[in-house]
Design a protein around this ligand. Structure first.
Ligand SMILES: [Zn+2]
Length: 437
């Protein structure tokens, strides 16, 4: 039994990434997406490896794939390994290479989904096929899920699976998916590998101010536009207090140690200043946030409308939702109502777990020059939906990126691309982690 993926696995991860990019699964929201061809492609690759994938749809064409690999230890908890099949839109005219070409040029695979997250889907496929060839069986059961609709509401994807097919995930206690274990270059030669162990919650808000409609030339103390503008200003200018979750506390402590900075968690803003570029890994997750993003009121310049509406993109930390709500009540005041337009839970995963330690060890083995640190995602993933099944989610889709490849900028960005070498690293690290998990 080989202890590392074979050449075929290294070739296949590149081929599968490119093939999946060529299958256009653009998700424009509102149900405008077809994942089915990508799901059939993934299911066929799993079937070739002797697995029995199930295709599941809530809506025609919005296809999810689930398969289970039986582990050698039936008493062990199962591990969920999931990747979404849809991608965000891409405007071909802005790109150097057509975003759905999957072109491989100078050792780099180009296209929408190259880092988010057809790369990881391809890595999962390459690893399990390698195992089938070489007879590797993991200790734990591994449930593989390729999902639809992650880039919109997840209603046709992980939300649907968690709600209507919980039996497929029986025994799963932990999940692993996107947005972690990529190389973060700090600008001074250090390479960090952040592993996600938490996500902020989503609180997209609708604010409605009401007042007395009337002529724009008259005295009016009940102007809905004025009331809304005042509330929006208070929200936009609010200084949210520091709230350190266990993951962010661990991240700050480890980063401070790495950079030889005295850790003073009582003055986190000063600590962030001293961290330089690495502060980007934590600065969006030390507080709740609420950014006004949309305004809508009025229809004629000399008519005061009776109602004015705004939308706010709010995010709250694990354990801080109550405080978020109370703060919004206070900031909006008695004349403006607010409600959730869309709400998703915040997640917290332990960084002292055996699984976290195994992910860290797998990265350190293949990137000994790297420094693994935990972090909390500022946004969200399918892990939010799977958390309803009691599954703790980590972000671990390993990629070794050379300097100049800014993962965060490529994510949903123009000229999204991934080096072939990065995919090879990903397959090796994912294989090592899954074998030891
Ligand atoms: Zn993604």
């Amino acid at each position: 039994m080989a202890d590392q993926p074979d050449q075929q696995a290294l070739d296949e991860v590149v081929e599968f990434t490119s093939d999946l990019i060529r299958i256009d699964t653009t998700n424009r929201g509102g149900g405008d997406c077809q994942e089915r061809p990508a799901a059939e492609y993934a299911a066929a690759r799993l079937a070739e490896a002797g697995l029995q994938p199930t295709l599941l749809e809530r809506t025609k064409g919005r296809t999810n794939v689930v398969a289970r690999i039986e582990g050698t230890d039936p008493s062990a908890d199962a591990l969920l390994l999931h990747g979404h099949l849809d991608v965000v839109p891409a405007e071909a005219r802005d790109w150097s290479v057509h975003p759905f070409s999957g072109e491989i040029r100078d050792g780099v695979v180009w296209g929408r989904g190259a880092v988010d997250m057809k790369n990881m889907d391809a890595m999962i496929l390459a690893v399990v096929r390698d195992w089938a060839r070489s007879g590797v069986r993991p200790r734990r059961d591994i449930v593989i899920a390729f999902t639809a609709d992650e880039e919109a509401s997840a209603e046709d994807g992980s939300g649907f699976l968690a709600e209507e097919h919980p039996g497929l995930f029986e025994g799963c206690t932990e999940g692993v998916s996107e947005s972690g274990a990529f190389t973060f270059h700090d600008g001074s030669g250090r390479q960090l590998y952040p592993i996600a162990a938490g996500e902020r919650g989503t609180a997209w808000l609708k604010l409605t101010a009401r007042g007395r409609a009337g002529h724009g030339s008259k005295v009016n103390r009940d102007n809905a536009v004025t009331r809304l503008a005042a509330a929006i200003t208070r929200i936009g200018e609010h200084d949210w207090p520091l709230r350190l979750t266990p993951t962010v506390r661990a991240a700050l402590t480890e980063l401070a140690a790495l950079y030889g900075i005295e850790t003073d968690l009582a003055d986190v803003d000063a600590l962030l200043d001293k961290l330089g570029p690495a502060a980007a890994l934590v600065e969006a997750t030390v507080r709740n946030s609420a950014n006004p993003t949309m305004l809508d009121a009025g229809y004629k310049i000399n008519v005061i409308p009776g109602e004015a509406v705004a939308h706010v993109d709010g995010r709250y930390l694990p354990g801080a939702e109550g405080e978020f709500r109370a703060t919004l009540d206070r900031l909006t005041g008695p004349d403006v109502e607010w409600e959730f337009h869309h709400r998703e839970v915040a997640l917290q995963a332990p960084v002292d777990s055996a699984t976290y330690a195994r992910m860290r060890a797998a990265v350190e083995e293949f990137a000994p020059e790297g420094h693994v640190v935990p972090y909390c995602m500022s946004g969200g993933t399918d892990a939010k939906q799977f958390s309803r099944l009691g599954i703790t989610g980590y972000g671990f889709a390993p990629l070794k990126l050379p300097e100049g490849f800014d993962y965060q900028a490529l994510f949903h960005g123009v000229d999204e691309r991934v080096p072939v070498e990065a995919l090879h690293f990903g397959v090796r690290v994912l294989d090592r982690f899954l074998r030891t998990a």
